[in-house]
Design a protein around this ligand. Structure first.
Ligand code: NAG
Ligand code: NAG
Ligand code: NAG
Length: 557
């Protein structure tokens, strides 16, 4: 049934909308500790400083930032977040910490929410913990050049998708900082609801990455399966050279081998099949082509000028039945073919094994036994390039307590994402349907149902955003109307349009019915006829009256 799909969708959407999603109010959360915790309340701008740093003409941080409520899958009512607003742009914004964050011999917990309101085609959504030394200041704007200690969070472009975890460590031998990447990072969640990313670095050098509270990766910073923090202890000696007499051929041709007497190197690969016989009807004397017997010398042909006329040739029709011309046997593989003779390979008695240079201590080697001890952190922020705008960040935590981060997650992220997911599901009956019956849809795919789906989706979308707008309008009519007059006009037109269309359709239906069932145009009636009609109507009425009386009488017994 091709039409069942749109009907199911419509049904699902009606059910979803009937079960209205209740959006609870946002309540700010306060912590007992003095850890950094940002919920983007009205004083956010006093803490956060957008950067419009310019490295050169092609590398300008022109991305704009704003703090606003989500436009996609809204969660708690009144819950605002920081949003990267500009598509295909470099964005940077940072917040200075009231006091530098020091995690020497202490746990570091960094946690924040990412909401990819328009998905993520190609762009970053990671956070950086900026070094106190050389970091952002009143005079230095945040940019790609700002030294950082930790970079953590989603980064996606096309097929590449990872949750970065990068430590920036100083090489004491060279004095240079080097980026140390987690070797196999987990994948970022590309969804239009909030995702909670948590990074834990413990003083015992263990680390943990959690996504929505679940451990996505854990190990030790010192384990080479996860990080190569330091250069190798030993390196190949660049001055060691392979001795000229070093034998590294494992096999050699047998020096004692002799070519067998009967080995004919010149025997051809193919020979004529000695068993082939010329077919009996093969005619070696017949010509493969003969002059066309039907050809006629053209009228204009002048033998004196054009020479003797010769009829054009055609394939000899006789040769269609049997072969013509000289016969030769078909070729077959020569059983005596051997090709070039080579002696057999034997183990080389002088073989010494593969040569490798001598190892020497690496002059650049250093130890980094406590990479969990970062340099003091003076600020944190986002420094990204993204194709996709509307990335929202919220509930940023930097502290020393895993429990505190969990407490934040339990009280901000969990209640929020629950509402977001309900709204996302209600707005996407199609997604629900797709997930539930993947096999069934395949047979149902058709151009018509696809078109219908699209229209249903569109109507649902307009309906959902109209409902959200109506809720805001009831909440705060002046602000909503003043700030978003375009939407008011749009939804008003939709409502008026719908009412008009409904009226027009009803009117059409009524008039069709009227035409079908109306008696033909009444003709002027003569007085006597009129009287007769009245009489007959009266008679009928009395008849039915008496019937009613009869039945009443029967009932009463
Ligand atoms: C806003 O957030 C900051 C940082 O968390 C906090 O110090 C401040 O008290 C909050 N202000 C209000 C009015 O809630
Ligand atoms: C950190 O711990 C190490 C080893 O226990 C100790 O030697 C060092 O003094 C400690 N550093 C601080 C700043 O407490
Ligand atoms: C967070 O919620 C989980 C599940 O309800 C609970 O086990 C945990 O103790 C909570 N943590 C905090 C710090 O509130």
């Amino acid at each position: 049934m091709k039409v069942s799909r749109p009907i199911i969708l419509l049904f699902l959407s009606l059910v979803s909308y009937a079960a209205d999603v209740e959006r609870k109010d946002f309540l700010p959360l306060s912590l007992e500790s003095d850890a950094f915790f940002e919920q983007f309340n009205e004083t956010w701008a006093s803490r956060w400083k957008p950067s419009h740093s310019k490295r050169d003409e092609n590398f300008v941080y022109r991305g704009e930032w704003d703090v606003e409520e989500p436009t996609v899958n809204p969660g708690l009512k009144g819950d605002k977040g920081l949003v990267a607003k500009t598509e295909a742009a470099h964005h940077a914004i940072s917040a200075r910490l009231p006091t530098p964050f020091d995690n020497t011999n202490n746990t570091l917990v960094l946690q924040y929410e990412v909401k990819l309101q328009k998905g993520l085609e190609c762009g970053g959504a990671y956070i950086k913990l900026l070094s106190q030394e050389g970091g952002v200041s009143d005079s230095v704007e945040f940019s790609n050049d700002t030294p950082y200690q930790v970079m953590f969070g989603p980064d996606k472009c096309g097929m590449s998708n990872k949750v970065h975890f990068i430590l920036r460590r100083k090489n004491p031998k060279t004095g240079e900082y080097e980026e140390k990447h987690l070797k196999v990072p987990p994948m970022a969640r590309i969804v239009k609801t909030s995702t909670l990313y948590t990074l834990i670095i413990k003083p015992n050098q263990d680390f943990e990455i959690r996504i929505n509270g679940e451990v996505a990766k854990a190990g030790s910073l010192l384990d080479s399966r996860y990080f190569d923090l330091t250069p190798p202890k030993e390196i190949d000696d660049p001055n060691d050279e392979k001795p000229a007499d070093w034998v590294d051929d494992e096999l050699i041709p047998d020096p004692n081998a002799v070519k067998p007497e009967d080995w004919d190197e010149d025997a051809p690969y193919l020979i004529p099949d000695p068993n082939a016989v010329k077919p009996e009807d093969w005619d070696e004397d017949a010509e493969a082509y003969i002059p066309d017997p039907d050809a006629v010398k053209p009228e204009y042909w002048d033998e004196e000028e054009d020479g003797e006329w010769i009829a054009p040739k055609i394939p000899n029709p006789a040769c269609e039945q049997h072969g013509c011309g000289p016969w030769s046997a078909p070729k077959i593989r020569n059983p005596d073919y051997k090709g070039k003779w080579t002696p057999e390979l034997i183990e080389n008695p002088d073989y010494k094994g593969p040569w490798s240079p001598r190892k020497i201590p690496n002059p650049e080697y250093y130890e980094d036994p406590t990479p969990s001890n970062l340099e003091p952190i003076g600020a944190l922020g986002f420094e990204l390039w993204t194709m996709t705008d509307s990335i929202m960040f919220d509930n940023i935590y930097l502290g020393h307590s895993i429990e505190e981060a969990e407490y934040i997650g339990n009280n901000t992220f969990l209640p929020k994402v629950e509402i977001e997911e309900q709204i996302a599901a209600a707005n996407a009956p199609q997604a629900k349907y797709d997930a539930e019956e993947p096999e069934k849809q395949i047979e149902e795919q058709s151009l018509v149902s696809d078109l219908l789906d699209k229209s249903v989706d569109r109507v649902l979308k307009v309906y959902a955003s109209g409902k959200a707008y109506w809720a805001d309008l009831l909440d705060d009519p002046t602000k909503t109307l003043l700030n978003r007059p375009g939407e008011a006009f749009f939804f008003a037109s939709v409502v008026v349009g719908t009412i008009t269309t409904t009226f027009a359709i009803s009117a059409t239906i009524v008039s069709i019915f009227a035409t079908l069932f109306a008696p033909s145009t009444p003709q002027p009636v003569k007085r006597s006829e009129a009287k007769e009609r009245i009489e007959s109507v009266k008679e009928k009425a009395t008849a039915s009256d008496s019937k009613v009386n009869e039945t009443e009488a029967v009932k009463r017994g």
